[in-house]
Design a protein around this ligand. Structure first.
Ligand code: FES
Length: 189
């Protein structure tokens, strides 16, 4: 065991989630009366920081889409398969203590993808969902601007078949004074 203090008891408020980082794991601390609960600090849904959430009754509620977890156990009442891992934690000498080795071992089983030092790094959603396929792209624009795309932004053929795009083999009809009709139609669109 490697005892580490992650918060002073006086600095954390009753039923107000607090943040800590140890062994590359984001943690959320919940003080309730003279007890404390320390859980994995990222929501099981999209990884938002649970320290930014709120306490309602016996639950800690994620501030992004409202997923709930009992703060005493980390298990969701709504769906028991959704849970925040709960770590050993105790009060001693006016501080909240945890076992760093336990947390490091958990991190080994659950490698954390967050690059907290980079822009937006603490608030990444590494997984994303099929419902929001553009989030990753929007975040990359927010982080890098157009530096990785060029000032025109992403380029595409807008669904036009390569065979119909202008090429050496596509010739102007000097008799009718026109380009192939498909090409004119595509340009007008
Ligand atoms: S990220 Fe927590 S509810 Fe969606």
């Amino acid at each position: 065991m490697k005892k580490v203090s992650i918060a002073s008891w006086n600095e954390i408020e009753d039923r107000k989630p607090a943040y800590a980082l140890l062994a590359n794991v984001d943690l959320v601390i919940v003080r309730y009366e003279d007890k404390v609960s320390v859980m994995y600090g990222r929501c099981a849904h999209r990884g938002a920081l649970m320290a930014d959430g709120t306490i309602v009754g016996d639950n800690i509620i994620c501030g992004v889409h409202g997923w709930d977890y009992l703060f005493e156990t980390g298990v969701s009442e709504y769906n028991n398969s959704e849970r925040l891992h709960k770590f050993s934690a105790w009060l001693e000498d006016d501080s909240v203590w945890v076992d760093e080795e336990e947390i490091a071992a958990w991190e080994k089983e659950n490698p954390q993808p967050y690059k907290r030092d980079s822009y937006q790094g603490l608030y990444q959603d590494p997984g994303g969902t099929p419902d929001e396929p553009h989030v990753k792209f929007i975040r990359s624009l927010a982080s890098d601007g157009l530096s990785k795309l060029g000032h025109h932004g992403p380029m595409g053929a807008m669904g036009v078949s390569r065979r119909k795009l202008p090429s050496v083999g596509m010739t102007y009809n000097s008799t009718s004074r026109s380009w192939p009709r498909d090409l004119c139609w595509m340009i007008m669109r």
